[in-house]
Design a binder for this molecule. Structure first.
Ligand code: SAH
Length: 395
């Protein structure tokens, strides 16, 4: 397959038939947005009218995390990089993508060239022979910092110092380069071991006025422009006055809780992923925030434990994964009687399932807003304000 050369944002995407990275179908952005809004409206109809689905002004090249699989063209032997064809392990070669950060795509093209000139072997999934498997790039939207992660099958990286030097010479704005070693035959991109080849081994970026450390493995929203808008709305919906006890459930690296902390009395975050909790603790220190704590636990179990200890909360933020929350979580939440719950969802189907249970527990939907975090894909992000029936809204 030949690689298309074009500005994908103007002329449509030449890879669309094979690549599973987005669901671009040639329609206009306003049409795409309308379809998503219709879908969200339909699901939310029994609960509330969706105020708006906030779109992106320039819905291209928004992904600050870019992943490329490295491969060889079977006929010519030249190095290619791209994304797996949907449902297969065949690589669709990609030069530039309409939703990925443009600088990241340029760096990946340079890496292809350098891999050839340094005669480094590309990993072959079938034989298990070769070195370089993937390239992952994360860019800081505000900071401009750039992290390049080279995923290799073994720790031995011939002429790595010269490789790093050559890459930095071509892209002086790269701030850190990491070698991640993944020798396993799994579909996971990253392995456990890492060597820092240049810089600090992580990037930092600002979100809603707080600085966050982003390492290769931690979860961080891929569209920071829209994340700022979404989190801004979520915190506005909570109507914090500085007196509230707040829970940030499914908190990841602590983003929402840390941003809300200066408007609350105290915040407690709960998260299952241990490295995310470590990042959250570092992020609290980095921002000088002292009224926040984190628990490394399943969010549902945390809620039960916290309620059983006789604690309470005024406001709960919850941002569960695509599978949504649990009845255990919602039962324990209702027992603590928070006045407000702000639910941030990346899957409207599980959101409405949970809203139905919230209704049974005496919580009513007050507002719903959609945010276009993933233009040209079918994903729909939204935030919902729930209020306890009979609670004084001014509280
Ligand atoms: N609020 C964060 C993360 C949201 S993504 C942010 O905006 O960056 C959802 C998070 O839920 C992930 O960090 C994931 O590790 C975590 N998670 C998944 N299942 C969980 C569970 N059962 N209990 C607690 N956290 C969980």
């Amino acid at each position: 397959m030949s690689e298309g050369k074009r500005d994908s944002s103007k002329n449509g995407c030449p890879y669309v038939k094979k690549c599973g990275g987005c669901q671009y179908d040639g329609s206009s952005y306003s049409e795409h947005l309308k379809q998503k809004k219709k879908y969200l409206d339909k699901l939310m109809k029994p609960y509330a009218q969706v105020k708006q689905l906030v779109g992106m002004e320039h819905p291209f090249h928004y992904r600050t995390k870019v992943h490329a699989v490295m491969d060889r063209n079977r006929k010519t032997g030249s190095v290619i990089s791209g994304i797996y064809e949907q449902g297969t392990h065949r690589v669709v070669p990609i030069q530039s993508c309409m939703i990925e950060d443009e600088q990241a795509d340029e760096i990946i093209l340079t890496i292809r060239e350098l891999l050839s000139s340094f005669k480094l072997k590309i990993y072959d999934e079938d034989t298990g022979y070769g070195l370089v498997r993937h390239v992952l790039i994360r860019t800081g939207y505000h900071s401009g910092q750039i992290m390049v992660v080279l995923v290799t099958a073994s720790p031995v990286f011939p002429s790595k110092n010269n490789f790093v030097k050559a890459l930095r010479k071509r892209h002086p704005n790269i701030t850190t380069i990491v070698q991640n070693i993944n020798g396993r035959g799994t579909s996971m991109v990253l392995g456990d071991k890492e060597h820092i080849l240049y810089g600090k081994g992580y990037i930092e970026d600002t979100l809603c006025g707080c600085v966050f450390r982003i390492s290769s493995k931690s979860f961080y929203q891929v569209n920071p422009q829209m994340t700022e808008k979404l989190y801004g709305k979520a915190i506005e919906l909570a109507g914090l006055t500085g007196r509230e006890t707040v829970i940030d459930a499914y908190c990841g690296i602590g983003t929402i809780g840390l941003i809300a902390a200066d408007r609350a009395h105290s915040v407690i975050g709960a998260e299952l992923n241990g490295s995310a909790v470590k990042d959250a603790v570092v992020n609290a220190k980095r921002n000088g925030i002292k009224n926040i704590w984190f628990e490394h636990m399943d969010a549902g179990e945390f809620m039960v434990k916290y309620a059983n200890q006789g604690n309470f909360a005024d406001v709960v933020f919850m941002d569960p994964p695509r599978s949504g929350s649990t009845t255990q979580f919602i039962d324990a939440l209702a027992y603590m009687k928070p006045t407000k719950v702000v639910y941030i969802s990346c899957n409207p189907e599980t959101l409405v399932r949970d809203l139905e249970y919230f209704r049974k527990k005496g919580y009513q939907v007050k507002e719903c807003w959609g945010y276009e975090m993933f233009p040209w894909t079918s994903h729909v992000e939204s935030t919902v304000l729930l209020q306890r029936r009979g609670a004084d809204p001014a509280h």
